[in-house]
Design a protein around this ligand. Structure first.
Ligand code: ADP
Length: 303
């Protein structure tokens, strides 16, 4: 599978520019789309699932132009929107069966088998007779992904997959997605939570103000932040000064004040011990660099 996004822009009728000339190629496997709120992630997802028309640019799915083959491409898609809603009076089984019917599975025997199997896959078989709207947040999310997967989509798009889930359910949901990703499918996770991406995605992109700020592997992004993360111990007075100068990613109270980690090319006038960056550090480093460039500040953190 190959998804090619070419010169994609979206300006909403009120003049908001949500996407600005985005170019991106996504191949089979788990792909993470990361960016702060308002970066344009949902806009891009909604264009990919044909709910929204771009202002300009194109999207190709295995060479098929999205604007010319909407129906064919729609059939290849599974989408779990952020605000996925449930019909009030259906059981878990009935809900998924309804979703399967909507997706075109007409043969009731085949559909019945598929629904049972999918409920097993997402760990909801035991809950099949419970009302869908009474399930826990994590179970609802899993039922959501079940309906997105029921017609065997080739491209699966999940918007903010773990928002509102407790840590245990987050891990369970991530693991479920990575199990699915062993097939020849593209799974796009759109999120503002760095941890959703670090453990599972082979490739990723960073969106910032509607523009593509980075695309590549999480490891390459981490490499860019090597030598830019510093650990230091500061008192209250130093803390104020440090945090005015540099982004602080970690703060741990200690006897002398705080042990902190900061992102900086050179932390002087403070003294720091260099630490190995992780994806969270790299994300902060990159977003800070973008912000400084866009504000055209004199403090240059480029090499
Ligand atoms: P994200 O999903 O990364 O939070 P969005 O795609 O929702 O970002 O939003 C990108 C930008 O477009 C934001 O500035 C947002 O306010 C704006 N936007 C989103 N939807 C609309 C809309 N329907 N009309 C006008 N502006 C919108």
């Amino acid at each position: 599978m190959k998804l090619e996004i070419r010169n994609l822009s979206k300006v909403y009728p009120n003049g908001n520019k949500a996407l600005d000339d985005v170019n991106l190629t996504i191949e089979s496997g788990m792909f993470g789309l990361l960016g702060p709120n308002g970066a344009g992630k949902s806009t891009l997802m909604r264009i990919l699932v044909t709910l929204l028309e771009p202002s300009s640019g194109s999207v190709f799915v295995d060479g098929l132009d999205l604007s010319k083959h909407r129906e064919d491409i729609r059939r290849m898609l599974g989408y779990l929107p952020q605000d996925f809603r449930f019909f009030s009076n259906l059981t878990t089984f009935e809900f998924l069966d309804y979703g399967a019917r909507l997706s075109g599975m007409k043969d009731s025997k085949i559909r019945n088998n598929a629904v049972h199997q999918m409920l097993e896959t997402v760990g909801l078989y035991e809950a099949r007779d419970r009302k869908a709207n009474k399930l826990s947040g994590g179970m609802k999310r899993r039922l959501g992904i079940a309906q997105a997967l029921i017609n065997d989509p080739r491209i699966i798009i999940v918007d903010e997959p773990t928002t509102g889930l407790d840590p245990e359910e987050r891990i369970r949901f991530r693991n479920l997605l990575s199990t699915i990703s062993s097939r020849d499918v593209i799974i796009i996770l759109s999120t503002h939570i760095v941890a959703d991406i670090s453990s599972t995605c082979k490739n990723m992109a960073l969106l910032s103000n509607g523009q593509l700020a980075y695309s590549g592997s999480p490891e390459e992004l981490i490499d860019l932040a090597k030598g830019k993360i510093w650990q230091m111990t500061v008192n209250r007075d130093e803390m104020d000064r440090v945090s005015n100068l540099f982004p602080v990613t970690t703060t741990i109270p200690v006897d002398e004040g705080w042990e902190i980690e900061v992102v900086a090319n050179d932390p002087s006038p403070f003294k720091g011990i260099p630490v190995e960056p992780n994806l969270e550090h790299a994300y902060v480093y990159f977003m800070d660099k973008q912000l400084r460039q866009s504000n055209d500040l004199s403090i240059d953190i480029e090499e």
